[in-house]
Structure formats: C-alpha cells, structure tokens
Design a protein around this ligand. Structure first.
Ligand SMILES: [Zn+2]
Ligand SMILES: [Zn+2]
Length: 279
C-alpha cells in the first residue's frame, strides 16, 4: 500500500529542512506523495516540486494560513493552488511584512525588560520571509539568553508572557476565498489542537473543502471524531505529520501518513475547482 504525508514545513517557514532535504526524507520513508504547507508562503513549492519529480514522488503545492474564526485562532491549509496566482502572492507579501513587524515588536518588548536580543539576529537565523516565534526562541538560545526552547517560550514568548505579541489574522472566510480564487482547496488543519468544533459549520458555509483528520497530535479517538464530522459535512479527509525537521530529535515526516485514495479525491476536487475558477 502507498501513503502520503500532506502536512510538511521547510526553511521557508519555521522548519529546518530545505525543500530538497524534505523530499529526500520523503524518499527514505517510502512516501508516494507529499504536500508542502509552509506558513503563509508558497516559496518552497517550486524547488520541492522539482526535487519530487526527480525522486518520482507525487507533489502537491500547498500553504498553511493563520486565520481567525470568532476569536479562535485556526490554521487553514491550501492545497493544489496555483503558486503564481497574483492575488495569493500579493497577500503573502503582506503577511510577511506583518510577520517581520511582529518580530520587531517582540524584540522591543524583550529589550524593554533588559533581554538584549537584536531583531537582526532573529532575521539572520530565520533566513526566510516568514519568521515566527520559534525563530525568536532559537535566537534567544543561540545568544545564550535561554537554556533551551521551552524556557524561551515559558519565560517570554507564550501567550500573555512579557514578549508575546498577538498575531494578525485574517478571517477564516477570507483565507478560504483566497485559496479558492487561486484554484486551491481549503482544509481545516489539526482541528483537535484548536478544540473549536463549533466554528466548523460556519467554515463549511464559507466553502471549506476538507478537514485534517490525521495529525501527529490527534489521538485515534480524535481522528475518528473528525472522520465522522468529515462524513457529516461531506468534506475531504486529509492528514500529515506537521514535520518541522530535526528540531525535536528525529523528524516526524512519515509518522502520520494517509492512503493515496485521499490524495486522488483531493486531486479530483481540485480539477473541478480549477475548471470553476477559469470558467
Ligand atoms: Zn498549524
Ligand atoms: Zn503546520
């Protein structure tokens, strides 16, 4: 039987693998299909697509957008989208500016409590256009200001800690619409992590296409629960490891994998969407 991992990150957001290293890992884990879903960007997709083609792995371009639905932060995965779509690229450029400003604000708050971190050291370490809190944590450790990443989050970066800055979020409906107009499919990521089932009907109303039933942080019971929800709302089923690289010991890639039939259904629905968009 062949499997896919549809939730993966690279250095283009907060992962540690390059697109080529990620695809090499996919090969080691015998995956037949992978999707790249970096936060608020599609920059790594072209390189990952090329590496996948060489390795004989089916590649699905994707992204993971941060959104808000009635005060709940949630992540919306976009699959099979046109990575050249002008509006998608314009919005991504805007998110990246917002993310970079957020890093500057976090660093200013650290400096205000005499933690001498420079924004530039975070940007140098992140070396991508979508820097986030994990990069600030890594920079704190690298500068010897915290012993490890957990300490960085506990002391400074967690919600309501001194350097925490709220994240800008677009509405879930807007994220879904942005993905759709780029010919893609919108999938609610790891709903078990956000525990906000009550937002699902409104998202379905806004055009949600699928739900990530299988995820590293979902128990078997959680996955089963979301499979029922997928059936009730006639949503596509997806799943993936949410691998961010070697940052916590061995990589998660391939630890959550789904049968290829789900990828076939995803592709089929994407073909229909693309026909609608271009009509
Ligand atoms: Zn996520
Ligand atoms: Zn993710």
């Amino acid at each position: 039987m062949k499997f896919a991992d549809l939730h993966l990150h690279t250095q283009f957001s907060d992962g540690t693998f390059s697109p080529e290293e990620l695809v090499a890992q996919a090969g080691l884990h015998d995956l037949a299909a992978v999707a790249l879903t970096d936060h608020d960007t599609v920059e790594g997709c072209a390189r990952a697509a090329l590496a996948s083609r060489v390795a004989g792995i089916d590649f699905i371009p994707g992204t993971e957008l941060t959104a808000d639905q009635e005060g709940h932060e949630l992540h919306v995965l976009g699959y099979c989208l046109d990575i050249q779509n002008p509006r998608l690229l314009a919005e991504i450029a805007h998110f990246q500016t917002v993310r970079q400003n957020r890093i500057r604000e976090m660093v200013a708050r650290l400096q205000a409590i005499r933690v001498p971190l420079e924004a530039q050291s975070v940007f140098d370490l992140a070396n991508c256009r979508s820097p986030g809190r994990p990069h600030v944590a890594r920079a704190l450790v690298k500068a010897g200001l915290c012993a490890n990443l957990d300490e960085a989050f506990e002391r400074f970066l967690k919600k309501n800690r001194p350097a925490w800055v709220p994240k800008f979020k677009m509405s879930a409906a807007r994220a879904i619409e942005l993905i759709h107009q780029a010919g893609g499919l919108a999938v609610l990521a790891h709903p078990g992590l956000n525990r906000s089932d009550e937002v699902i009907p409104a998202m379905v109303e806004a055009g949600l296409d699928g739900i990530e039933c299988f995820h590293t942080k979902h128990t078997a019971t959680t996955s089963q629960h979301y499979l029922h929800i997928a059936e009730r709302f006639r949503l596509l089923v997806t799943g993936g490891s949410d691998c961010h690289g070697f940052s916590k010991g061995k990589p998660l890639i391939g630890s959550v994998k789904i049968p290829l039939e789900h990828v076939e259904k995803l592709r089929q629905r994407a073909t229909e969407r693309q026909a609608e968009v271009s009509a």
